[in-house]
Write a protein of this length. Structure first.
Lengths: 336, 261
């Protein structure tokens, strides 16, 4: 296999990622015009941040076939970590967010290292434990974390301006509210999450990951050190969660131990399973659906967990591939 | 005469059952070396021992003079060894071409940040890999499936796809585990052609196969296994004339005579 290979016939081009990304960008840009009030913005920001986590978690669950039941711990670690770095060490918010992400990456690496060369569902068990421990630590270390009462978070500051959701700002002569700026940040975060995820999936690294799911033996024989690759994607997905968690803290200005709860981890897994494992755009839709449902169920909040369970079961039984891949396949069949 | 692969007094026990016992043989560079034997003779076990999926109970395997003892399966591709599987190991969640590109894994950069940002160098290398792998699919004769998803390919084509994936690693030695199983006569003839062309590239081929016509027509050397032991070794002509081999395959001479009497 030398360099003397004729220029590519067009049929072996890589799958283009730009059409999908353009559609996503257009939707993200149009949504603010449909938003009527701050409540809509609030919902969209939360959806975008959660979707970012789900896109990262999907790399682990959907592509590498590993299950984490403790991603809320990484999310909370990002939120509390960056809040505390600002509060205790007087770091500015953005470096604090990066530092928290590095810390979470190290944590994920330490948790994943001993278990990820084992076959089976050990990662689920370990992350389940991690999630429970994280929630206990946040609840009990009230000197530092505020315990069950929560922790106020300093607002994000950008270009020397403190960014408050209640403030109003001037963007190239156009007056915008703080909420709108936050929508821009959250939408940008989601867009970059998707861009990086798509890049990763279509790289040699991503191929190795997908191969792990397809046939671990085939991957090994091709020279893929499976344990090492699982560990890498686990760390990457944890960093996604950490960054989203930090942003969530800065946005809300207040965080509680709820974000580290087992329910939150299950919610994230449900999103991935519902939207479609191994479908980056699918999990965005999954997030939209799962975060909109409670809006119609106000007053039945205690039913949330039951609902997640029911959704997981129904999806697993009737469309194990998840919503988007199942529908895509059906349309393809009808077309052909 | 240099031995590329040398197996020395190799043994594997499964709870008292000797799947492979005291087995020694050498594979010379650039040859097609076939391993035959009745069902349960230990052929696939031998492959799994050589490729690190099993750890031997005794004995050793050397590739290019380096011991393979204690190597993980993923460490063998960099040493120049690749294999296919009797029961296919195809990633059904990927396209046909991506399956082949997986084979090229060890030749490609896969840094986390390079991948996340998809830097131009990585993109170019990946595109070159894509083209090379498309050529390999043509080479093994499944070029018409380049644009297909692996899950949409027929069995015979998947068998070739596995060979293409193994070749993508640019191995020195290629181990084929029953590549003709499940193929019809025409497909087997085409496969013979592919194996010959692989050998012509200078790649050493170790072939486990039940199809005698295929084995006898392309092998330089044939090793016959029976109950995990070496029964005979030699050129196809020698094997064909070996009375022990005929016994193993067709039963003992006495019982045969009794049956015909």
């Amino acid at each position: 296999m030398s360099e003397a290979i004729p220029q590519s016939p067009s049929r072996v081009r890589a799958t283009a990622k730009w059409p999908g990304l353009t559609v996503l960008a257009v939707i993200l840009l149009v949504l603010p015009f449909l938003a009527g009030n701050d409540y809509h913005y609030d919902l969209m920001i939360k959806i975008a941040l959660t979707a970012g986590v789900a896109v990262g978690l999907n790399l682990l669950v959907g592509y590498a076939g590993q299950i984490s039941l403790g991603h809320a711990a990484f999310y909370a670690a990002g939120a509390y970590g960056s809040a505390l770095l600002v509060q205790q060490f007087e770091l500015t918010p953005v470096p604090a967010m990066v530092l928290a992400a590095v810390g979470v990456a190290v944590l994920a690496w330490l948790v994943g290292k001993p278990i990820l060369h084992l076959k089976g569902h050990y990662l689920s068990m370990a992350t389940l434990g991690l999630g429970v421990i994280a929630a206990i630590v946040i609840n009990n270390e009230d000197q530092l974390t505020g315990g069950p009462d929560g922790l106020p978070v300093a607002p994000l500051s950008l270009f020397g301006h403190e960014l408050s959701v209640f403030g109003s700002y001037d963007l190239f002569g156009v007056a915008i509210t703080g909420t709108q700026v936050w929508y821009g940040i959250a939408a940008g975060f989601l867009f970059l999450s998707v861009l990086f995820a798509l890049n990763l999936i279509d790289s040699p690294l991503g191929r190795a990951l997908r191969a792990l799911h397809g046939s671990e033996i085939a991957a090994q024989v091709a020279g893929v050190d499976t344990g090492k690759f699982k560990l890498r994607v686990f760390v990457i997905s944890a960093v996604y969660a950490s960054l989203a968690g930090s942003l969530y803290g800065y946005y809300g200005g207040f965080i509680t131990p709820n974000i580290a709860s087992f329910t939150h981890s299950i919610e994230l897994i449900t999103i991935v399973v519902l939207g479609g494992m191994a479908s980056t755009y699918g999990v965005i839709l999954g997030t939209v659906i799962l975060l909109l449902i409670p809006q119609f169920l106000t007053g039945f909040q205690e039913l949330e967990m039951v609902l997640f369970g029911a959704i997981l079961m129904v999806v697993m039984i009737f469309m194990p591939r998840g919503l988007v891949p199942t529908l895509a396949r059906r349309f393809q069949k009808e077309a052909s | 005469m240099t031995a590329l692969l040398s197996v020395d007094k190799l043994g594997k026990e499964f709870g008292g059952v000797h799947a492979v016992e005291d087995l020694s043989f050498q594979v010379e560079k650039g040859r097609i070396h076939s391993i035959i034997g009745p069902n349960g003779a230990g052929k696939t076990t031998l492959f799994n021992l050589i490729t690190g999926l099993y750890q031997p109970s005794s004995g050793s395997v050397h590739l290019n003079g380096r011991s393979l003892a204690g190597h993980q399966p993923h460490e063998l591709a960099p040493l120049g060894m690749c294999r296919t599987f009797q029961n296919l190991q195809i990633c059904q969640n990927m396209t046909a071409l991506e399956n082949v590109m997986l084979g090229r894994h060890r030749h490609l950069k896969q840094g986390t940040f390079t991948s996340l940002f998809k830097l131009p160098a990585l993109r170019r290398a990946d595109q070159r890999c894509r083209e090379e792998c498309a050529e390999l699919m043509e080479f093994v004769g499944c070029g018409q499936y380049i644009k297909h998803h692996a899950s949409a390919m027929p069995y015979g084509a998947l068998k070739r796809l596995e060979i293409a994936r193994a070749l993508a690693a640019s191995p020195d030695i290629l181990l084929l585990d029953e590549p003709a199983a499940g193929l019809n006569r025409t497909e087997t003839d085409a496969l013979r052609d592919v194996i010959r062309r692989i050998a012509d590239k200078g790649i050493t081929v170790v072939l486990v196969e039940h199809d005698m016509k295929l084995v006898m027509s392309i092998s330089d050397q044939v090793l016959v296994l029976c109950y995990g032991r070496k029964l005979a070794e030699g050129t196809p002509e020698e094997i064909r004339a070996n009375p022990d081999v005929i016994d193993a395959y067709l039963g003992n001479r006495h019982s045969r005579e009794e049956a015909t009497a």
